[in-house]
Write a protein that binds this ligand. Structure first.
Ligand SMILES: [Zn+2]
Length: 126
């Protein structure tokens, strides 16, 4: 993800992104395409709503890694609860239908790259 978008998320959710200053994989930044910005933004907002109601989570909850694996979003945290797990799963499923480059909805995915047909052409996947 380009730095400008990453910084937007780090500024909006400084507590849960503080592992980027540690030795966790988060120090490599958010390793997915720009098109998934909104999915991650929405997910972080939902997570904040959950942890703000739970003192122990609020103190220690961190994101450890955000990357693409098996052509979908993978979102690793140091802890979770049922609600957070559900939100993460929903975001990971949603990522399979959103172009990782431009954020457009993908109606038919013909290959194992998560790109809309326009981006696939532009990025020379076909
Ligand atoms: Zn696209």
């Amino acid at each position: 993800m380009r730095e400008e978008l990453e910084q937007k998320l780090f500024t909006k959710y400084p507590e849960i992104f503080s592992n980027r200053f540690s030795e966790s994989p988060m120090k490599n930044g958010i390793c997915v395409g720009d098109g998934w910005y909104n999915i991650i933004d929405k997910l972080c907002l939902k997570i904040m709503q959950v942890i703000n109601k739970d003192d122990s989570l609020k103190e220690s909850f961190k994101i450890n890694e955000i990357k693409t694996k098996y052509e979908m979003l993978y979102f690793y945290t140091n802890q979770a609860n049922e609600k957070i797990d559900k939100y993460i799963m929903e975001a990971e499923l949603e990522s399979q239908t959103i172009c990782s480059n431009c954020g457009d909805i993908i109606l038919f995915n013909k290959s194992d790259v998560i790109l809309c047909s326009k981006c696939r052409r532009e990025l020379k996947f076909e």
